[in-house]
Design a protein around this ligand. Structure first.
Ligand code: HEM
Length: 222
């Protein structure tokens, strides 16, 4: 396993495959995360969300392992992206790529680096400032989420961040399949549609939370 990982990390295509796999894993995390967050809509007093959080906490050390694993996958995804970007820059300097192809690849990878970095800025505020490392959140989970997202400045920040996440997913989902070799003239248009669908689903799905709590929440969660 370690040998396989070492081999994969030493080649450009291996890095791309690992980048694709970590990215697809993060999409699975997003699916679990949005489903968990849906409990915020279940009742007005926040009991369903608070119960969901307590259920997660009842896993004790297992939850810690999952959190560390999630952090490691995020870190690997980012480090691989930076390494590949540097390698591509070197390759371009040596004029390996065909000229016409080069412009397109560069624009796409540059936009992935930009949207990815912005998602990272979002994650810092989201995880460190707003929730995971905010003691107020652990004292009153549902109330803190609702109060945080109902502030106009936060709601605007979250909605913009979800739009950027959508752009990142639209291209990332599609190219992840290309990296793992799932590319065929018949399959490619379907993957294009699937990438757009996944991006819209998550961006709009997550954006409903700040929009709902900004415009329709009248207070009262515990
Ligand atoms: C606007 C919709 C969202 C809401 C309401 C929301 C809510 C939350 C809450 C309450 C937590 C703290 C969990 C806990 O420790 O009990 C959390 C953690 C987290 N969220 Fe979100 N989230 C949203 C969108 C996102 C998005 C789009 C991403 C990824 C791009 C994301 C990534 C994370 C991560 C990585 C954590 C840390 C997980 C951990 O505790 O280990 N969230 N979120």
């Amino acid at each position: 396993m370690l040998r396989w990982l070492g081999n994969a990390l030493s080649s450009s295509i291996g890095k791309k495959i690992l980048m694709a796999l970590t990215g697809l894993f993060l999409v699975v995390f997003l699916a679990e995360h949005i489903l968990g967050n849906l409990t915020l809509y279940k009742d007005a007093d926040g009991t369903a969300f608070n119960d969901y959080k307590h259920t997660l906490e009842s896993f004790g050390p297992l939850l810690k392992v999952a959190e560390i694993g999630l952090f490691a996958v995020f870190a690997a995804h980012i480090v691989l992206a930076l390494k590949l970007a540097l390698e591509n820059r070197e390759a371009r300097k040596q004029k390996y790529a065909v000229r016409a192809h080069r412009g397109k690849a560069t624009a796409a990878s540059l936009s992935m680096l930009i949207t990815g970095s912005l998602v990272l800025v979002y994650l810092f505020k989201h995880v460190v400032i707003d929730f995971r490392f905010n003691s107020a959140y652990h004292e009153a989970p549902a109330a803190t989420v609702k109060e945080t997202l109902s502030k106009p400045s936060n709601a605007t920040f979250y909605v913009l961040a979800m739009a950027i996440l959508g752009l990142h997913l639209a291209h990332g989902f599609r190219s992840a399949f290309q990296s793992i070799g799932a590319s065929h003239p018949k399959l490619d248009p379907l993957l294009e549609i699937a990438g757009t669908a996944v991006a819209v689903l998550f961006a709009v799905g997550f954006a409903t939370f700040p929009i709902y709590f900004l415009f329709f929440w009248t207070g009262g969660a515990s």
